[in-house]
Ligand binder design. Sequence first.
Ligand code: TYM
Length: 320
Amino acid sequence: MRILSGIQPTGLPHLGNYFGMMKSAIELQETGDALYFIADLHALTTVRDPEALRHNTREIAIDFLACGLDPVKSCLFRQSDITCISELSWILSTVTPMGLLERCHSYKDKLAKGLHASLGLFSYPVLMAADILAYDSDVVPVGRDQKQHLEVTRDIAVKINELYGEVFKLPEPLIRDESAAIPGTDGAKMSKSYGNTLELFLEEAPLKKKIMGIQTDSTPVEAPKPIEGSAILGIYRHVASPSDYAEMEADFLAGGKGYGDFKKRLFAAVWEYFAPMRESRKRFADDPAEVDRLLRDGAVRATSKTLPVMERMRRAIGLL
Ligand code: TYM
């Protein structure tokens, strides 16, 4: 089984990325041939600062390794190092209906937020389809927000297969938590572009500050607190044991405890959850040259997996 996923270097990895994708990706590396990449070409649609792009790319690699990505079992690489992806993206774009891309929520959301409607932003899902199809991927662990992009990938693969015969495998998304995205500090989906993130390896004081700043309603201390839509519970669910989670939920419903108390419990749980990873992060952060070497090595191994697929595709469409 081949497993593939990517993350954009538009910022540092946060709890949404971890519980939406990275955790599953790391677990899945035990079960098959895993390919994980830093989607720097996708990030170019929004990041205009070259230094930030370089910095975030390396930091994401360090965070992923610290969280348990094994660079021997998995390939970890930069998307832009796999040069055939851009070629494949172009070929896929020639069969992609405009209407398919016009329906994409992520594009519409980005426009609504005031982003410039570039061709790259519009064709973002085609590049993503190239990422996935170039490796004959079977399973793609992603957060729920990427579900539509996986549907687009399958539609494009079907279109090519209808036109040229069986060229591409149809990938399956693997979505851990279908019901909800991990909420951010304002209760909306945690997202680098909303400024509501909790980064995995923030220092203690700024992390505490962010958690204590989680937006809550004005229910008085003594009254029961609503559990539906609570960002505190929505995050705590992932970092606490089931019994600790049940206890906090019961405390919400019982009343008599304030949000400050719940936030302190949440901070302690987040801090403890990532403690072992924080330790192993130091080792990678102290050796950036080794991280760069791992990325280069990952790119060489990943490229070799694209060769048979690209040859099959070029033959099928008449380029060979
Ligand atoms: P990106 O960088 O936005 O996010 C990386 C992964 O984290 C998940 N995620 C979340 N999951 C749950 N709750 C949240 N609040 C949350 N925020 C982010 C995302 O769903 C994603 O799985 N387009 C992709 C990158 C990409 C890619 C690919 C992924 C490029 N090519 C090919 C898979 C396959 C993206 O923007 O991810």
